[in-house]
Design a protein around this ligand. Sequence first.
Ligand code: FES
Ligand SMILES: [Fe+2]
Length: 337
Amino acid sequence: MSTVPVQPWVGLSANERLPSDETVFPITWYAVAWSRELKDKPHKRRLLGEDIVIYRDHSGHVRALTAYCAHRGADLSLGRCTAAGLTCAYHGWTFAEDGECVRIPAHPDRPIPDFAKMRAYKAQERAGLIWVYPAAVSAGQAPPELVLYPELEDGRFTLSPYDQRWQAHLTRVVESVLDVAHLAFVHKRTIGRRVPEAITRMQFDVPDTNSIVIENGGGLLHYQFPHQWLLKPSKATGSQFINYVTFTPVDRQETIIYGYAGRTFARSIPGLNAIFSRYSRKILTEDKTIVESQHPRPIPEALQMEAHVPADAPQVRFRQRWFEFLSNDAEPKVILK
Ligand code: FES
Ligand SMILES: [Fe+2]
């Protein structure tokens, strides 16, 4: 067992050992809110066991800082956005987007001490979501690009948003969308109504290290490690329906799913967005009960620790990729407290 102090959002060095695999998560861009939720008031979110505050600066750009003020620990989401940055509600200290304190009203004529700063994270807004990169990025450097499926930013699609919070570990949530054999059982009243129990014709491919593609019936499921998934028709047709989800680990027990049901048809029928959002949430609710029941909470630490049959092949591939991630020091990771 490790004797290294465990810090949130700190990458592992080669000689550190993992205290427990269930506390280790990939560092990548995670969705933390819908764009439409973030107006002129800051909001608190929890990502990878850390509370953060997100806000819009005066030019409308999204920003992210750790949530509790460097002065006396007040919740910065109670504060307000000003031209100079985010101003704390308690004593009015103002923090700029890089986390530096730029104003201490009690001492306007004194220099601002070095310790008056917050940790800042990169944030961006794409496809109607606010994404945060949960690691320090050195000055002058940029985090990796956020790669999204083109359908999400393709104006031909109308996207109906939905989300849900599950008391489940990220790995179990990912596996639920790679599972074909559950459709006829868990979703027997919805999307699995006409799906046979027997899995005889599933095609499954691993086009690159980070992708899993499953062709099942008329649908093509594409999973992008670690946290994005898209369902689209396997053959290009005139009108298209897609479904997208991305997973955000709140901590090791909780995951938020942000999703879109997208369509290129019937785009302006009133009320249809709400119907698609509601139906997608209903399907998620069917999965939620099952996935929240799974033990152990994360996937087990070795393949032989659960039973696998051919229908589980995509999940087995995910487990192999997850185990590679856990053991590869070069892949950015975070250990939760
Ligand atoms: S606690 Fe934030 S300014 Fe004092
Ligand atoms: Fe499901």
